[in-house]
Design a protein around this ligand. Structure first.
Ligand code: BES
Ligand code: ZN
Ligand code: ZN
Length: 475
C-alpha cells in the first residue's frame, strides 16, 4: 500500500476516512455515528474495526497511545480498507504528531503486506493511504521518509524469506545481494566453495556439501565518508535446513525456508542504512548454505576445522547454523580491521523459542552494557527482545572429548545460550565485548498472525538494528 503525507487543507480528496478511537475517549465523546457504533457493539478495543459504508468511515479502536497500539490499530484499519475497492483513505495524525506518524506509517506498510508470488489471483487496485498532518511538514517529512524506508526494508526481507527454497538458494541470495549493492553503490564480493576450501573454512563448507546448490559467502560494504564507527553484521543464510543426516521430523521441517531470515535481514539492514545515509561503516556478511542429505553429506562424528584453526566435533548435523556462523565470524575478523561492533543474526535454536516465546529475540554477548543497549533499541523500534545470560557452567557443556568444541551441549537445558557460547569460541579476544548474538528463531517466522505480522516471514531484526546502528553511530 502506498502511504503519503500531506498537510491539512480544505481541498482533501479521498474515498474514505479512517478514524482512530481511543477507548477512553470513546465513552466521553459525542459524535454523529456514536449511537450506531454502540448498537454495533463497538467498544474501541485494540484492533476492533467497523466500516460504516454510508458515512464512508472506518472506525478503529485503540487502547493505548503507544507505538505498538497505534501501529496495530492502523494495521487493522488498512486491512479493512484493503477489503474494499476504494482507492484512497485518509487519517488525521494524533496530537503528538511525531509519534503517531511513525506508528501509522509503519503500521500501514507492515500491516498491508501480502505475499502473492505463488497465487494466481487477479491484480488488485493500487490503494493509497494519506496521512494528514495539522502542522507544517518540514520536521515531519524526514521522519516520514525514514519510517517508510525502514518499513519497506522489513517488507523486502519478508519477500526474500517467504520465497521458497527452490526459488531462493545461495546463488539467488548472492544475486539479490548484488542487486542491492548496485542500487546503493555498495562494495560487493561473493565467494564459492573454492574460496571456502582454499581459506580453510571447512566448518561452513561441510554444511553445504550435500546440496546441489553451491554455498556462497556474501560480503557487502557500505562506506560513508563521514563514518564514525565500523559495524559488522553477519547473517545465517540457510536457504533450507532439512537437518542434514540428523534429519528433522517432517512437522519440524516445514517452515525451514525461513532459516535464511538472519541473512535476509542483514542484506536489507545495510540497504536501509545506506538509504538513510547513517554515518557508520557497515559490512553485511551472509553465509548462504543449504543443509541437505546425501552420500556426500557431513556426518555426526565428523570433526571439522574452522578458519581460526579450532576443531569442532559434530554430534548433530541439525546444529548447522553455528557451524556456518563460526567461519563467517572468523572471516569477518580476519578480513576487516578495527571493528567497533560485530553482530550476528540467526534463526539458531528452537530453545530460544521455547525459552522466551515466539515473539521475542534472544540477545546474547559478553558485554552487559551492549546487550542492554540492544534490548532498548529493539523495544524503541517496536520489536520484542530480551537478553540471556552466559555462565561458566553452561560454557562447560559444549566441551568435546576429541575436539576443541562440540556443536551440541551435553545437557537438554539452556540450548539458546549454549549455542551462543559455541559462537563465542569464534569471537577473537579483542572483539569479545564488541560482539552480540541475536537469536531470531522465534519472531522471524509467524505461524499464527499477530499484530501487524501476517502469516509467514516477519522481517525480524531490521527495525531494531537500524535503531541500534543509529544510536551507536552517534556514540
Ligand atoms: N534452524 C534451526 C533452529 C530453529 C528451530 C529455527 C525452530 C526456527 C524454528 C537450527 O538449525 C536447529 O535445528 N537447531 C537445533 C539445535 C539442536 C540440534 C542442538 C534445535 O534447535 O533443535
Ligand atoms: Zn538445524
Ligand atoms: Zn538451522
Amino acid at each position: 500500500m502506498n502511504v503519503s503525507l500531506i498537510q491539512n487543507s480544505d481541498k482533501l480528496k479521498y474515498d474514505i476516512e479512517i478514524i482512530l478511537m481511543f477507548k477512553k475517549e470513546f465513552e466521553k465523546s459525542s459524535f454523529k455515528e456514536k449511537k450506531l457504533l454502540k448498537e454495533l457493539n463497538f467498544k474501541a478495543q485494540d484492533e476492533e474495526v467497523v466500516f460504516l459504508p454510508e458515512s464512508k468511515k472506518i472506525f478503529v479502536g485503540c487502547e493505548e497511545n503507544s507505538y505498538e497500539s497505534l501501529a496495530i490499530s492502523m494495521s487493522a484499519a488498512v486491512k479493512k480498507f484493503q477489503a474494499t475497492q476504494f482507492k484512497t483513505a485518509y487519517i488525521k495524525l494524533c496530537k503528538e504528531e511525531q509519534q503517531s506518524l511513525k506508528a501509522f506509517t509503519q503500521g500501514a506498510i507492515l500491516g498491508s503486506y501480502t505475499f502473492t508470488k505463488y497465487k494466481k489471483e487477479e491484480k488488485k487496485v493500487e490503494q493509497e493511504l494519506i496521512l494528514v498532518a495539522s502542522n507544517d511538514l518540514k520536521e515531519l517529512s524526514s521522519l516520514f521518509n525514514e519510517a517508510v524506508i525502514v518499513a519497506n526494508s522489513v517488507n523486502k526481507t519478508r519477500d526474500f524469506v517467504n520465497t521458497t527454497p527452490d526459488d531462493f538458494y545461495p546463488k539467488i541470495m548472492a544475486k539479490e545481494a548484488k542487486k542491492i549493492a548496485k542500487a546503493n553503490e555498495l562494495e560487493y564480493a561473493v565467494y564459492g566453495d573454492k574460496y571456502l576450501k582454499k581459506n580453510k573454512m571447512m566448518s561452513m563448507y561441510s554444511v553445504g556439501r550435500a546440496s546441489r546448490h553451491e554455498s556462497k559467502l556474501i560480503h557487502l560494504t557500505y562506506k560513508p565518508k563521514d563514518a564514525k564507527k565500523k559495524a559488522v553484521l553477519i547473517g545465517k543464510g540457510l536457504t533450507y535446513d532439512s537437518g542434514g543426516l540428523s534429519l528433522k521430523p517432517s512437522d519440524f521441517m516445514v517452515t525451514m525456508k525461513s532459516d535464511k531470515s538472519g541473512g535476509c535481514a542483514v542484506l536489507n539492514i545495510i540497504e536501509a542504512a545506506s538509504k538513510l545515509k547513517l554515518p557508520i561503516e557497515i559490512h553485511a556478511i551472509v553465509g548462504a548454505v543449504e543443509n541437505m542429505i546425501g552420500g556426500d553429506a557431513f556426518k555426526p562424528d565428523d570433526v571439522l576445522k574452522a578458519k581460526n584453526g579450532k576443531t569442532i566435533e559434530v554430534r548433530n548435523t541439525d546444529a548447522e547454523g553455528r557451524l556456518v556462523l563460526a567461519d563467517c565470524l572468523c572471516y569477518a575478523q580476519d578480513e576487516i580491521q578495527d571493528i567497533d561492533y560485530i553482530f550476528d543474526y540467526a534463526t539458531l535454536t528452537g530453545a530460544s523459542v521455547v525459552g522466551v516465546g515466539e515473539y521475542t529475540t534472544s540477545i546474547m554477548g559478553n558485554s552487559q552494557m551492549l546487550k542492554c543497549h540492544a534490548v532498548q533499541s529493539a523495544i524503541n523500534a517496536g520489536e520484542y527482545a530480551t537478553s540471556l545470560p552466559f555462565n561458566r557452567f553452561l560454557r562447560k557443556t559444549i566441551k568435546s572429548e576429541i575436539a576443541d568444541v562440540c556443536n551440541i551441549a551435553n545437557t537438554r537445558y539452556g540450548g539458546a545460550i549454549t549455542a551462543g557460547l559455541f559462537l563465542d569460541h569464534f569471537v577473537y579476544e579483542q572483539n569479545k565485548d564488541k560482539w552480540l548474538h541475536f537469536d531470531i528463531a522465534g519472531p522471524a517466522y509467524v505461524e499464527k498472525a499477530w499484530g501487524y505480522n501476517p502469516h509467514g516471514a516477519s522481517g525480524a531484526g531490521v527495525r531494531m538494528s537500524i535503531e541500534l546502528l543509529k544510536e551507536l553511530a552517534l556514540k
